[in-house]
Design a protein around this ligand. Structure first.
Ligand code: CUA
Length: 215
């Protein structure tokens, strides 16, 4: 799905940036390797070359900095918590997710995948769930992830979110959805036989709709 959060946007920018550097290195190394076929390997006086050795040691180190520093920036950006207005807790089970809205009278519910034979004609096979997570758009949302049995992972590509749910631990991250819509995700820790069948559906709605739903 297309990016729907500022964090995913930053992840895409970083991917494109890293890919561009990768393409430049591949083209250069490819050219050099190809040109090796036309080398006669004859040079009576070439024994060493201090200058070129210096250049081809330091230059790759500098190029790596151009990947490392933006990567580090992104890493800290993903971890930044910015006064969340809603906190959602999601708990991984074998094999479904359950959710708790701790800010709102502790509303809690389970969210199971809809089996193919029970799917509506406009449903999304292997992705739709019976109870969707409704969240307000244009708001900072904190998500707490844990698990009840084995390790699961709460992953939604469009929002740039991927957090492991580990028994006995509580992991935290946050995101901001910048448009309404349905955002699908799947578990991404190999958690057993039905690992593929515990999807996540986020229903992003305007804030007043969210308040209506929650009340
Ligand atoms: Cu839960 Cu894989």
């Amino acid at each position: 799905q297309d990016s729907a959060s500022p964090l995913m946007e930053q992840l895409i920018f970083f991917h494109d940036h890293a890919l561009l550097i990768l393409v430049m290195i591949t083209v250069l190394v490819g050219y050099l390797m190809f040109m090796l076929f036309f080398n006669s390997y004859i040079n009576r006086f070439l024994l060493h070359g201090q200058l070129i050795e210096m250049i081809w040691t330091i230059l790759p180190a500098i190029i790596l900095l151009f990947i490392a520093l933006p990567s580090l920036r992104l890493l800290y950006l993903l971890d930044e918590i910015n006064e969340p207005s809603v906190t959602l807790k999601s708990i991984g089970h074998q094999w479904y997710w359950s959710y708790e809205y701790s800010d709102f009278n502790n509303i809690e519910f389970d969210s199971y995948m809809i089996p193919t034979n029970e799917l509506a004609t406009d449903g999304f096979r292997l992705l739709d769930v019976d109870n969707r997570v409704v969240l307000p758009m244009n708001s900072q949302i904190r998500i707490l992830v844990t698990a009840a049995d084995v390790i699961h992972s709460w992953t939604i590509p469009a929002l740039g979110v991927k957090v492991d749910g580990t028994p006995g631990r509580l992991n935290q991250t946050n995101f901001f959805i910048n448009r309404p819509g349905l955002f699908f995700g799947q578990c991404s820790e190999i958690c057993g036989a039905n690992h593929s069948f515990m999807p996540i559906v986020i229903e992003s709605v305007p804030v007043n709709y969210f308040i209506k739903w929650i009340s």
